[in-house]
Design a protein around this ligand. Structure first.
Ligand SMILES: Nc1nc2c([nH]c(=O)n2[C@H]2C[C@H](O)[C@@H](COP(=O)(O)OP(=O)(O)OP(=O)(O)O)O2)c(=O)[nH]1
Length: 252
């Protein structure tokens, strides 16, 4: 089965990258049927039309520090069998698939980047000291009493890591040095009046570089080892990030 693979880095969080991809659809002039959808991680469609007896288009969406990596894989069966079919595939079909996908992905990346500006993101810090990570208990609001990573909403136009540093200063009175991207999870609730489930929490690990830690907004903060994390009453959305935090603590 001939196939082509396309990798696009989109400057948008996971949920935005997935939702915009769904709205734009695919570059094929015939309808495809959805065979799998796992928002915001992957989807798959199949169908047929034109020279293609069968086409299968799968996409996966992976978070990175620079945005969402979108991996498109297109596989197809030609209507014409044998050597003539292979010739037609090389000279016509493959080129058409390539051109259609390239034009589509250019549009898509621009649309996702534009949409990302309207969706408020949340950034969190997994601050590490030796074999421990700092966790914080929310002091007020609907999630009061739940444990989380210090951080907060990224302001419009503000670089994500600037927001991380600003939030840690405001909440904890410390300067932090972000080290590396750790993971991203969808937030099911409403963030800053946006549609439910539109935003994500993107967590970076870092270190305290200066200052004495004071919890200004949290009820309590604790330095915990990897084994102590699971037992806390976390904001449920954060739980999928815990294995990455544990793995980090184990390898540092
Ligand atoms: N900081 C943080 N927020 C989280 C986590 N998990 C999670 O669902 N959230 C949600 C709770 C809130 O809806 C949103 C963050 O908002 P926030 O109230 O902390 O942001 P902020 O400091 O900018 O607050 P504000 O100035 O608007 O009051 O993200 C987490 O681990 N850390």
């Amino acid at each position: 089965m001939p196939w082509l693979r396309f990798t696009t880095l989109v400057e948008a969080p996971l949920t935005v990258a997935f939702d915009v991809a769904r709205v734009l659809g695919r570059p094929w002039p015939w309808a495809l049927t959805e065979v799998a959808s796992d928002r915001p991680h992957a989807d798959a469609h199949t169908g047929s039309g034109g020279l293609l007896a069968q086409v299968r288009h799968t996409r996966s969406f992976s978070p990175t520090g620079a945005g969402t990596l979108v991996d498109d894989q297109v596989e197809w069966d030609n209507r014409v069998p044998g050597p003539l079919g292979r010739l037609l595939d090389r000279t016509v079909v493959r080129r058409r698939v390539l051109a259609a996908m390239q034009a589509h992905l250019d549009l898509y990346a621009a649309a996702a980047q534009r949409r990302a500006e309207d969706v408020v993101q949340v950034v969190g810090a997994a601050l590490v000291d030796g074999d421990r990570v700092l966790v914080a208990q929310r002091g007020s609001g609907a999630l009061a009493g739940k444990w989380e990573f210090p951080g907060g909403k990224v302001e419009r136009g503000e670089p994500e890591l600037d927001a991380l540093v600003r939030e840690c200063r405001e909440e904890l009175s410390v300067d932090v040095a972000p080290q590396a991207f750790l993971g991203e999870v969808p937030l099911p609730g409403v963030v800053a009046g946006g549609p439910p489930g539109a935003s994500t929490l993107r967590v970076w690990w870092g270190r305290v570089s200066a200052g004495e830690l004071v919890a200004h907004e949290h009820h309590e903060v604790r330095w915990l080892t990897g084994d102590e994390l699971e037992g806390l009453d976390w904001i449920p959305a954060d739980r999928p990030l815990l294995p990455a935090v544990r793995a980090l603590l184990a390898r540092l």
